[in-house]
Every structure is written in structure tokens, then in C-alpha cells.
Design a protein around this ligand. Structure first.
Ligand code: DON
Length: 592
């Protein structure tokens, strides 16, 4: 892969001042869709030092173990990312898998090169803007973007595994995929989280013979702890190991997928699969209180919203603010960032996203000027369009290896168990990522998010995402952060960054009670029992509506590397411990 000159991180302010073009705290460029890798950014000091050991945080102990095994076998963080990703697709099928997509944000220690590998699903080439609307009424057809073949976009996950292994890894795919292949053949244990999510999707899974055969026992959920074998999944991974990209996107697998999707009413073609490529994009990079934040560019909305929110907050004397004032300002900043998400953001290969403007400090200053220190701004007063509810699927993992390579990966099939369709013989579910498009201006998707033209369906376009894998490179500590949670991903990552900045460790960051606001609906959501009654009353006195959710949300995975002594730590979200040892309880392993 191309190497680019690496300016010293400490020289960055001088470089930025020296160039009008670069006089923005954010570096971003559009990258054309192309199979060949393009240069990423190298804005940080290549030599961050070396950790004492590696750390992996993932949503499942088996996936963390697979990553550790690959590190022990001589792989780097990127080989481990392939192993963790492929294993999560097996043991957490409700959240991500070969039929879905994701974002791999990587930083290579040897030269400081950072790259955002966009393996987001694409709309089929035969997709049309109004394909989910009833021609007679003009209204959305019920569940058409949720269940079944028409809901599925063209998967990007297999292409990502091959691309990461070939361009960044050290081991052949055969080795990095070996733990997942073994586990698929021997069987894995059906856990609490699997069971909880399956409960929500049982009817849809029943309706598809392939999915029912793989995930149900006589039409019912498997019992907790049941051994789940998936030899078809192992066979699909072997195809990738043996034939690389083409093992999935051409030949018998492609034919099998297209035939089954079309027979079930979908519109995929062989061309759709043959044309699929990951896109290497420049990460969005900005400075925040002495730290470099490296995060997701479009087609994710996350990085821009993160940059906007933090730049608005940068204008306040944060240390002087009490907890209520901080929460008030955070909510007001997020309200404005989520509004812009709905209006401006979409696939940068199809629409012009005004990234530079949105993340410019002057724009943040303008937004800040509209914030009243004592009063909430009703969202109705901000021009824009509306927006919520939520299911905890999707998955994120964070890795630092002993050389200092970093991987932040968020991957998904969208709603739990994706579109609930398994093409027989493949071993994986297809996604329902088409639901992330704005199928009609103003009509909210499953996360209550609305959009406009920028995120309308077009053939080959990637739907707008909220997934926000993020690297934080500070003078003393480096963090790798991310989480599932649909529209709430962004507010969780914002909170994690503020907590990291305040000195919290990995476990404290992932365990912290969560608070969310997404512009519309116009209320602050808090996790059950998490907000001090006095602070709640103070927020309400400022005009905020505070709503306590019935359930907690998110599944955040964080690793931290202390640059002074090389120590590493991992924090796996404890929220799923309550429902199963199979989920996060052992996932934050550290390998030395
Ligand atoms: O890309 C997105 O923003 C969504 N497809 C992510 C879905 C998600 O995080 C679901 N988890 N609660």
C-alpha cells in the first residue's frame, strides 16, 4: 500500500496555520470508489511508542479469544480484526455477519497511516427511489425494508475481510479465519443475548426456511446454552480463504445468492455482486482539547456529528461548568448536530456533503451563539425535519496490538437478525440495510431517523449510517472506541470521548450511564435509574423534557493504551452480563 509522508503530530498546528486550504482542524477528502487503495491520512506522529501488550474488547468472549489466538500466532491487529469480525458474524448473528457490512478504521503503527475502510452495503443496481412505496397510495409498504429479500443491500463484509487481510494483515486468510471456521464446525453456545434478540425476530425467522433451519429448533428458539453448529458458515469462510474476493462475489456463491434473492422477490443481479468493492476513505480528523480524533467520514454521519458537537462544546469554559450545565450544553450541541445529519448527509459518492462547512469552527461558533445557557431550545425552532426507538444489535470491537497498531470496527446487519433470510447452504443472514435510506422524505426509519434527498435511494448508493468507530490520540493515552445503537451510537461516542478526556478508564467509560438527544423527538432519554433526581429537576427547570427509557442501550467496547508506561486496558460493556455469560463478561481480555 502507498506510503505517504508523515508530518510530526506536534508540528500539526504549524502545518495547519501555514496553508489556507488546510486551515481547518479537520482533514477530509472525497475518495472515488475504486478497487485500488488510495492514500489515507498520516497526521499523527508515527512513533506513538509501543504498548506492553495487546488488548481486545468485543461483544463476545469467543470473538475476543479468536483475536487473541491470531495475535499469538504472529498476526497483527488487522489479522486479529479479521478473526474477531468473522467470529462475531458466527456467534452474534443477530448483530453482524457475512451478509452485512461495516466500517474498519485502522491505524498502522509503522508509519502512522490511518484509513477508513468503507464496507457499507450498496443498494442493488435495479433499486429505485420509490421502490418501497405503494404505487396506489404513495405510502411506504409495511415492513418492506425490514423483512425478506427486497430489504437486503449488497453485502460488504466479505470484501472487507479480504481487503484488510491482503492490504494490512500479516497472515493469510486461511490462518486469520481458522478460529471462526473451527468454531463453526465444532459449535458455539446459544447465549442470553442471542435468545433475547431472537425473541424479537422469531416470526420473521420462521417465515424463511433457511433461517428457520439455522436458528430455530422445530420452529422455536433454541434453549439457552444449546450447541449451534454451522458448517455452511465454515464452508463460506473457506471459499474466502481459498479464492479471496471472488470466492464470494463471483462464481457459485454469487449465483446461489442471486438465484435465491430473486426467487424470494428481490432484485439482486450477478453484476451487483461482481461490482462490489470496499472504498478506502480518508478518515475525518479533528483536534479537540489537545487530542487528535480520527473518526468516521460519510457515508457515516457519526464523525461529522461528533466533530460538530465537540467543537460547539470547545467554546465553553468546561472546567467551570457544573454537571447540570454540562449536560444542558451537551444536549443543545447534539440537538444541532443531529439536525444537520437529517438535512445534509448521504453517500459522498452520490451527493455533495458540505463536510468542510459543517465541521468548520466558524459554523460551530454560529451554532453556539444560538444556545441559551439557561433555556433549552425547542427543536421545532430549528429548521429541519424530524426523527427514534431502537434495538441493540450491530456490534463493535476495539483492538490494540503489541506494536501499537489500532483497529476500531463497527459492523452490522442492521436490525436484529437482519432481514431474517438465510440462503440455504451459505450459513449467514442477509442484511436489511436498505432501511437506513430515507425511503420517503420525512418518513422515519426503524431508528426514528428521517432524511431528505441526500439519503434517497439510488442504484449502487450506500445508505447513510450512524456507525462511528473512533480513535483518540492524546498526549498521554490512546483510546479505541465504538458501539452499536443505531442513532444513539453518536451520543454514546460523544459521551465516551468526554469521559476519556476527563480521565476515565476503559471499564468506567463503557459502564457509564447514558444520556441521549437526537433533535427529534425533542426529549432527553436516560437509562433507567441513572440520572440524579436533582440534576433531572434542574434540566427540567431549563425547559428540557427528560424521559427515562425502560431498558439500557448500547454495547460499547473500548481499549486504552497508556503511552508513558505502555500499559493497555480493555473494557467490554457490562450491560449484557445481566443476561448471559456468553456475551461481554469475558470479552475484555488482555494478552501480553
Ligand atoms: O448503520 C447504521 O447506522 C445502522 N444500520 C446501525 C444499526 C444499529 O446500530 C442497531 N443497533 N442498535
Amino acid at each position: 500500500m502507498p506510503r505517504v509522508p508523515t508530518p510530526s503530530w506536534r508540528c500539526l498546528p504549524a502545518l495547519l496555520l501555514g496553508s489556507a486550504l488546510l486551515a481547518l482542524p479537520v482533514a477530509f477528502a472525497r475518495a472515488p470508489e475504486a478497487p485500488a487503495p488510495v492514500a489515507g491520512t498520516s497526521v499523527h506522529d508515527a512513533a506513538l511508542g509501543r504498548p506492553q501488550g495487546a488488548a481486545i474488547a468485543s461483544a463476545h468472549a469467543e470473538a475476543t479469544a479468536a483475536g487473541m489466538a491470531v495475535l499469538r500466532a504472529g498476526g497483527n491487529a488487522f489479522d486479529a480484526a479479521v478473526a474477531v469480525s468473522a467470529t462475531l458474524g458466527l456467534v452474534e448473528p443477530e448483530s453482524s455477519g457475512l451478509g452485512g457490512g461495516g466500517f474498519f478504521l485502522l491505524r498502522r503503527a509503522s508509519d502512522g497511516h490511518t484509513v477508513f475502510i468503507d464496507a457499507r452495503e450498496r443498494a442493488p443496481l435495479a433499486a429505485t427511489r420509490d421502490m418501497y412505496l405503494d404505487p396506489a397510495t404513495g405510502q411506504p409498504k409495511p415492513r418492506a425494508t425490514i423483512d425478506g429479500a427486497l430489504a437486503a443491500a449488497i453485502p460488504g463484509q466479505p470484501a472487507a475481510l479480504v481487503h484488510v487481510a491482503e492490504n494490512f494483515g500479516r497472515l493469510p486468510l486461511r490462518e486469520s479465519l481458522a478460529p471462526a471456521i473451527r468454531l463453526a464446525e465444532r459449535g458455539w453456545r446459544f447465549g442470553e443475548k442471542n435468545l433475547a434478540m431472537l425473541g424479537w425476530r422469531k416470526e420473521a425467522l420462521r417465515a424463511d426456511p433457511g433461517a428457520a433451519a439455522l436458528f430455530l429448533v422445530d420452529g422455536e428458539a433454541p434453549r439457552l446454552g444449546a450447541r449451534m453448529r454451522n458448517p455452511d458458515y465454515a464452508a463460506t469462510l473457506r471459499l474466502l480463504a481459498e479464492y479471496g474476493h471472488d470466492g464470494f462475489y463471483r462464481g457459485p456463491m454469487a449465483q446461489r445468492l442471486v438465484d435465491a434473492v430473486r426467487a424470494a422477490g428481490g432484485i439482486w443481479t450477478l453484476d451487483d455482486l461482481a461490482q462490489y468493492r470496499v472504498v478506502e476513505r480518508r478518515p475525518l480528523v479533528f483536534q479537540h482539547r489537545g487530542m487528535s480524533i480520527v473518526t468516521a467520514p460519510p457515508p457515516s454521519s457519526g464523525g461529522i456529528a461528533l466533530a460538530q458537537t465537540l467543537q460547539i462544546l470547545d467554546g465553553y469554559d468546561w472546567a467551570a461548568k457544573n454537571p447540570t450545565q454540562r449536560l444542558h450544553l451537551r444536549v443543545e450541541a447534539m440537538r444541532r448536530a443531529y439536525r444537520d445529519r437529517a438535512v445534509y448527509l448521504g453517500d459522498p459518492d452520490f451527493v455533495t456533503v458540505p463536510v468542510e462547512r459543517l465541521v468548520h469552527p466558524a459554523y460551530a461558533a454560529g451554532l453556539r451563539a444560538g444556545i441559551h445557557l439557561q433555556r433549552a431550545t425547542p427543536s421545532d425552532l430549528l429548521p429541519g425535519i424530524a426523527a427514534l426507538p431502537e434495538r441493540p444489535d450491530t456490534t463493535h470491537f476495539s483492538i490494540v496490538d503489541a506494536e501499537g497498531n489500532l483497529a476500531a470496527v463497527t459492523q452490522t446487519v442492521n436490525l436484529p437478525f437482519g432481514n431474517a433470510m438465510v440462503v440455504p447452504g451459505t450459513g449467514f443472514l442477509l442484511n436489511n440495510e436498505m432501511d437506513d435510506f430515507s425511503i420517503k422524505p420525512g418518513v422515519p426509519n426503524a431508528f426514528g431517523l428521517v432524511g431528505k434527498e441526500a439519503n434517497a435511494i439510488e442504484p449502487g448508493k450506500r445508505p447513510l449510517s450512524s456507525m462511528t468507530p473512533t480513535l483518540v490520540i492524546g498526549p498521554e493515552r490512546v483510546a479505541v472506541i465504538g458501539t452499536p445503537g443505531g442513532s444513539r451510537i453518536i451520543s454514546m461516542v460523544i459521551q465516551a470521548l468526554l469521559d476519556f478526556e476527563a480521565g476515565a478508564d476503559a471499564r468506567a467509560i463503557v459502564a457509564a450511564p447514558r444520556l441521549h438527544h437526537q433533535y427529534l423527538p425533542d426529549h432527553i432519554l436516560v437509562e433507567p435509574g441513572s440520572l440524579d433526581p436533582a440534576i433531572r429537576a434542574a434540566l427540567e427547570a431549563k425547559g428540557h423534557t427528560v424521559k427515562e427509557e425502560t431498558r439500557s442501550w448500547g454495547n460499547m467496547q473500548v481499549v486504552i493504551w497508556h503511552r508513558a508506561d505502555g500499559r493497555t486496558e480493555a473494557g467490554a460493556d457490562p450491560r449484557w452480563e445481566a443476561v448471559g455469560k456468553g456475551a461481554t463478561s469475558e470479552a475484555g481480555g488482555i494478552f501480553r
